[in-house]
Design a protein around this ligand. Sequence first.
Ligand code: ATP
Ligand code: MG
Length: 299
Amino acid sequence: MSESNRLRIAIQKSGRLSKESLKLLKSCGVKFNINEQRLIAHADNMPIDLLRVRDDDIPGLVMDGVVDLGFIGENVLEEEQIEREMLGKPALFNKLRQLDFGACRLSLAVPNEFNYQDASSLEGLRIATSYPNLLRRYMQEKGISYRDCMLKGSVEVAPRAGLSDGICDLVSTGATLEANGLYETEVIYRSAACLIQSTQAQDPDKQALIDKILSRINGVVRAKESKYILLHAPTDKLEEIVALLPGAENPTVLPLNDDTNRVAIHAVSTEDLFWDTMEALTQLGASSILVMPIEKMMG
Ligand code: ATP
Ligand code: MG
């Protein structure tokens, strides 16, 4: 195998992380055409190759240095890390940042008729899960012994099928649990997608490209969390009005034509501006309030 000097990034081929991972790379200016049949997609405008694989394979590919970067759920990452540490296999990676998608929780759940007090209610019982390592770590910390039922899929039907007494599975809205006559009793791990890097030495060009992509990702995420706010305010209420704008310490204040009692304020706020704040602003005499999304941010 020849060592490529193109940056290799692993993303989930199809599933809950695929769309958002691709969208994020696109908003960082990486251009590529995905052929559904192909494992690899080459970027047109940067030396980047995308490897489209099952999400379970991504942590290992990064830890073995086969790829440089990976977009992965923290749940899968940590499960693989514990597994590899047990087996004495390489388990190192650098987490570059958490991302704002793929949020979910790994929870214990039991059938509706189960009388659950706390995790010790599961003592000696069988728990179905696809995350045996995260479950074991949690139950060991609580000093509870239970029996394993390892399933890669359909975990939520295990109790009804008579395979287990409870489950430990990923939840986001809880609708799947409800549809299967189960209720969530305990969150054992909170997860979101993250971007990880291999710890293997990178050549300087590759590292510079990684730094560039990371800085662009930071800009895209920061922009999504921020709003651009424009409003007109009475000059004598300026301080009070600025104090109401979340995270907008240094707004631009501009004079208005033919109106010396009022000014225009332009501010970038680190949070959304809620209706009640807008109402409080109008009560202070603010008018023409505009709240706009920001596409990119830098510097
Ligand atoms: P693959 O075929 O790639 O192995 P998969 O079926 O294992 O896919 P998905 O169901 O697509 O995986 O979930 C991928 C990741 O999305 C999860 O590991 C988790 O980090 C995140 N996720 C977010 N919300 C949920 C949810 N409600 N249920 C499951 N996973 C979720
Ligand atoms: Mg998977």
